[in-house]
Design a protein around this ligand. Structure first.
Ligand code: NDP
Length: 297
């Protein structure tokens, strides 16, 4: 293998240890134990596993992880009421509504996801989904940074990869990953993570013409698409940093959006799946929960 392997799992462990130490000193300083409340609607197996992992990670960091489980038959109003109660509950610092909400929920009509997320108090919005927090990020004065892009910024920073002045191509423009990722790397100063800014960013998507040619301009290529192994080795500039956000289940295996085996022979550095970006997302969620507790104190 020629590329440097960017070990997200190891870096996530370092961040989690830092957060645990910060939580301990926050509590020693008279702060209440930080608390993250997750709202889980329905029985989606991947969501159940994800919430369980989050709770375990919380516990290890000295954070209380609560889970509110609701039946898929819950109505939009009941869900909004629960989020409202968590907003008003002074013992809850961070609120996380696990997505996706079940399609057949709310009496079969489906949930209005946007309305639910907009109900979360911006000071408890540890996913950084609320319009206020998205706006602050856009203006280069973020309150919470969205967990997955922030994890990638930390990965680049802690492995010594600066993107300043370089071409970054982000493939995928979701509100959760692609859009905030592009915004963070394009920031003028280090407001979103020290030296990981000042990149020249291209945001590609399903309507991008000649995606391969666009990707080959990238000194740093970030794939957040959700299509198994769609980024082929011939789409990668030799020596580029390749960050694979994708988590796709193919049979019993998890694979990324990048054809890892071939890509690692071309790239200069690359994240694996699993063990790359995924663990960092949870680490940054813990970081945001502690930040929320500090903000609310
Ligand atoms: P979305 O489905 O919300 O967005 C996918 C994006 O990919 C869209 O912008 C879409 O374009 C674009 N796209 C789809 N097909 C193509 C194509 N053929 N060429 C170029 N672009 C394309 O996905 P998410 O951002 O939520 O997630 C992406 C992946 O990352 C998934 O595998 C998900 O599981 C994973 N993920 C991993 C996380 C982690 O912690 N590691 C966290 C969050 C997500 P358009 O807008 O035009 O439709």
């Amino acid at each position: 293998m020629s590329a440097e392997l960017l070990d997200g799992k190891k870096i996530a462990g370092e961040i989690r240890a830092d957060v645990a130490a910060d939580v301990a000193s926050f509590v020693a300083d008279g702060g209440a134990k930080p608390c993250l409340a997750a709202v889980l609607v329905g029985e989606d197996p991947a969501s159940q596993v994800y919430v369980r992992n989050k709770n375990r990670a919380c516990e290890k960091a000295g954070i209380e992880g609560r889970t509110h489980r609701l039946d898929a038959s819950t109505s939009q109003g009941e869900l909004i009421d629960l989020v409202g109660q968590l907003n008003d509950d002074a013992t809850v610092n961070g609120i996380l509504v696990q997505l996706p909400l079940p399609k057949d929920g709310n009496g079969g009509a489906g949930f209005d996801e946007r309305e639910v997320l907009d109900t979360v108090d911006p000071l408890k919005d540890v996913d950084a989904f609320s319009p206020v927090n998205v706006g602050l990020l856009m203006q280069g004065r973020p309150r919470f940074l969205p967990c997955t892009p922030h994890g990638i910024v930390q990965l680049l920073h802690r492995t010594g990869h600066s993107v300043a002045g370089k071409n970054v191509v982000v493939v995928g423009r979701s509100d959760i990953v692609g859009k905030p990722m592009a915004m963070m790397l394009a920031q003028k100063d280090g407001s979103c993570g020290r030296d990981v800014a000042n990149a020249t960013v291209t945001l590609a998507h399903s309507r991008t013409a000649d995606l391969g040619a666009v990707c080959r301009t990238a000194d740093c290529l970030i794939a957040a698409v959700g299509i198994p192994q769609m980024i082929k080795a011939d789409m990668i500039k030799p020596g580029a940093i390749v960050v694979d956000v994708g988590i796709n289940r193919v049979g019993s295996k998890l694979v990324g959006d990048v054809d890892f085996e071939a890509a690692k022979e071309v790239a200069g550095a690359i994240t694996p799946v699993p063990g790359g970006v995924g663990p960092l997302t949870i680490a940054m969620l813990l970081h945001n929960t502690l930040m929320a507790a500090k903000l609310q104190r």
